[in-house]
Design a protein around this ligand. Structure first.
Ligand code: FES
Length: 125
């Protein structure tokens, strides 16, 4: 079996939603101290619906594929649904990641949660 699924390779080669949202109202940044990879998520939320999402990932192929897939999964979703996104769901949507690459999908989950926390904080202000 190939190490990476077709879906992982596709999202790695043609990542969706790469970039920056200038007027984002939720931004989350996380890093993995062990591998040194960094991921930044930008959310544009209106009426508690994620209208747009973009990411920048300075990291491995699995981290890029995970962030690309994760952005596709939460776009158009209500905040409450996006909060439930798990790294396992992201990895499953990618048709699996090798065990030692699962932590890369954790970065995507954490970056989105951080961005949603940021949105909630700004809303409360
Ligand atoms: Fe660091 Fe993949 S090796 S996120």
């Amino acid at each position: 079996m190939a190490l990476y699924s077709e879906k992982v390779m596709d999202h790695f080669r043609n990542p969706r939603n790469v970039g920056v949202i200038e007027d984002a109202n939720g931004i989350g940044e996380v890093g993995n101290a062990k591998c040194g990879d960094i991921m930044k998520m930008y959310l544009k939320i209106e009426d508690d619906i994620i209208q747009d999402v973009k990411f920048e990932t300075f990291g491995c192929g699995s981290a890029i594929a995970s962030s690309s897939m994760a952005t596709e999964m939460i776009k158009g979703q209500p905040v409450s649904e996006a909060m439930k996104l798990t790294n396992k769901a992201v990895a499953e949507a990618l048709d699996g990641l090798p065990d030692y690459k699962m932590h890369c999908s954790v970065l995507a989950e954490e970056a989105i949660k951080n961005a949603l926390d940021d949105y909630n904080k700004r809303k409360a202000e």
